[in-house]
Design a protein around this ligand. Structure first.
Ligand code: 9G3
Length: 569
């Protein structure tokens, strides 16, 4: 490929909305252009990377016996009504009508579609297990698309669906996909961790997210410094903390003037924060929810949602608190009407004694509140957010926090869709059974962006060799010197003939411009050819990742040497 012909319109500046490195660099290096909010055109260099990632995915999926298909993007409303999910996603689902007025959605995922396809042809246990996958654009009308391909509204997903006779079969399919994902992300040159994940609204108990570790990641994970444990922080399970036993004292109401936070109250009353509980108030479809955790802990919203069984929660408005007879900054579980508020208390608070908490009155707190004696919550559960330094649930060592980019998810669906959509088969005893399913996704564009997040420096991108848009860039440095330019062309053709993916920067530009673009685009190898090359008989090869420069003798087999270097990258 010749740079003079390549469509890679580089930019000096990027729009201010591009906040993270991959978003900035993919725009600056001419890999993509925004077509509308949350939607991008992938230009030639990006598309070459996408195709390489897709082919790695295909090889590893096919290795596990999965079979590639292509389903329609337009999905009829009926199949979503059959699964009961037609209304579950609100405005995030893009809906439209065809010329006959029939309702469709633009496929955000394909559980319903694939179950409809499979159920009409799979009738016998002999046809299972089955794993079908596709690599296709998905549409989700994100409220706030941002970070370029990291959270776009139109994105390429590999989505796979497994169908098994029973849970043992599902476990095998799940394990196969888990292994395939590990191989895919290893081959893409990513540093990642599979983490236990809250399977959220789609049900099923087993789920892992593959997180690429990066400071710009939207997800937060906790991982153990001593064992393999890692979890999406929203999922991390916490053990009950047993507070030291003590006699229950009489409850007392104390004046705590302008103490707005639990820290202020504890400082004012000279109490350790571990002897207090703090409240977080949410409003939900079930009304006001007051959550209580120990004063130095944080509430995990996802766990509250799962405990109370609501679809989502948001912070409660002050007037809602007033209606329930409490007030921000002074909320407590004592004396509230259970018909007006749902009280959810963390399991560790129930083990505490003589607790300080809000008295539901401006300016007042209670001392010596004791669970059971002074209040009875509607729910007691683990509603705590794991914090850095908390004991690992598996081995007790302190956990650390990191940010991650979720590039893949594996889910056990069990019979959620096969029950709802009557996808059954006859088992070896001729008995009708629902198929046991799993689903497995990879964000292809997000994987490319994550690779940039993990591999970039002040000069630009540094592509892992296996997914680089091209492997080698040949740079003739002196446009006026016919002899070394001819040599550059010869080397370019020799590398092409050797099967390498080569670009030659044949523009009439100064070397500095060519080198800046080379580093911005991030070709793994750069071969510099100029008059000096011919004088010294040595060919300069620079490795983008390490910055290392190797001098290869022109009279040696530099093509083989370059192939060798490429193999080691
Ligand atoms: C929707 C909309 C958004 C959605 C979904 C449905 C997420 C939805 C969960 C999944 C689960 C797995 C197969 C590949 C891997 C992930 N956002 N999910 O079901 F209608 Cl608008 O997609 N699906």
């Amino acid at each position: 490929m010749r740079v003079s012909k390549m469509y890679a319109p580089t930019l000096r500046e990027v729009p201010s909305e591009a906040e993270i490195p991959s978003h900035q660099l993919l725009l600056r290096a001419g890999f993509m252009r925004k077509s509308t909010n949350g939607m991008y055109t992938l230009l030639p260099l990006a598309w070459r990377v996408i195709k390489k990632i897709e082919n790695i995915i295909r090889e590893e999926m096919d290795r596990k016996g999965a079979q590639e298909i292509m389903m329609p993007i337009l999905q009829p409303a009926e199949i979503w009504q059959e699964s009961g999910r037609w209304g579950a996603y609100g405005a995030e689902m893009i809906r439209l009508k065809d010329r006959h007025g029939h309702e469709y959605c633009l496929g955000p995922t394909h559980e319903e579609m694939v179950t409809t396809v499979v159920k009409s042809d799979v009738r016998s246990y002999r046809q299972l297990p089955l794993n079908l996958y596709q690599i296709q654009d998905k549409f989700r009308d994100e409220r706030r698309p941002r970070f370029g391909l990291m959270r776009s509204r139109d994105f390429i997903m590999k989505d796979a669906y497994s169908f098994d006779r029973d849970e043992a079969g599902l476990d095998k399919s799940y394990e196969d996909m888990y292994d395939a994902y590990s191989r895919i992300f290893d081959r893409c040159g990513l540093i990642y961790r599979p983490v236990e994940a809250d399977s959220g609204a789609i049900g099923g108990n087993g789920s892992h997210e593959f997180m690429v570790l990066a400071d710009s990641g939207e997800a937060e994970i906790v991982y153990c410094s001593a064992c393999e444990y890692a979890a999406d922080i929203e999922k991390a399970e916490l053990h009950v903390i047993e507070a030291p036993a003590e006699e229950a004292k009489a409850m007392e109401k104390v004046l705590t003037p302008n103490c707005k936070t639990i820290e202020d109250v504890c400082a004012y009353l000279k109490l350790p924060v571990e002897k207090s509980m703090k409240a977080v108030a949410f409003q939900s479809e079930k009304g006001l929810i007051l959550c209580f955790v120990r004063g130095d802990h944080e509430v995990n919203e996802i766990k509250v949602v799962n405990t109370v069984g609501v679809t989502e929660v948001e912070m409660a408005e002050p007037e809602l608190l007033a209606q329930a007879g409490t007030v921000g900054g002074y909320m407590g579980p004592v004396g509230l009407d259970p018909k007006k508020v749902i009280i959810v208390v963390d399991q560790s608070v129930m083990k505490m004694h003589n607790i300080c908490c809000g008295a539901n009155e401006e300016g007042y707190h209670f001392l010596n509140v004791n669970p059971g004696r002074d209040f009875t919550p509607a729910y007691v559960a683990d509603i705590r957010l794991m914090a850095e330094g908390d004991p690992c649930p598996h081995c007790g060592a302190p956990v650390k926090k990191a940010r991650g980019i979720e590039v893949g998810q594996v889910f056990k669906l069990f019979t959620k869709y096969s029950q709802a959509m009557k996808a059954t088969f006859l088992d070896e005893n001729g008995k009708e059974q629902p198929m046991v399913m799993g689903c497995y996704g990879i964000g292809v564009g997000r994987t490319m962006a994550a690779a940039v997040e993990q591999n970039n420096d002040k000069d630009g991108m540094i592509w892992p060799a296996a997914i680089a848009p091209y492997q080698v860039l040949v740079v003739p440095v002196n446009v006026k010197d016919a002899e070394s330019n001819a040599k550059a062309e010869a080397i370019y053709n020799e590398l092409l003939d050797a099967g390498l993916e080569v670009v030659i920067d044949d523009r009439k530009e100064r070397p500095g411009v060519k080198f800046k673009d080379a580093d911005l685009i991030g070709y793994p190898l750069r071969v510099v050819v100029g008059p000096k090359t011919l004088q010294t008989g040595e060919l300069e090869v620079k490795i983008r990742k390490s910055g290392e420069v190797k001098m290869l003798p022109l009279n040696g087999d530099y093509v083989a040497a370059i192939k060798e270097i490429m193999q080691e990258l």
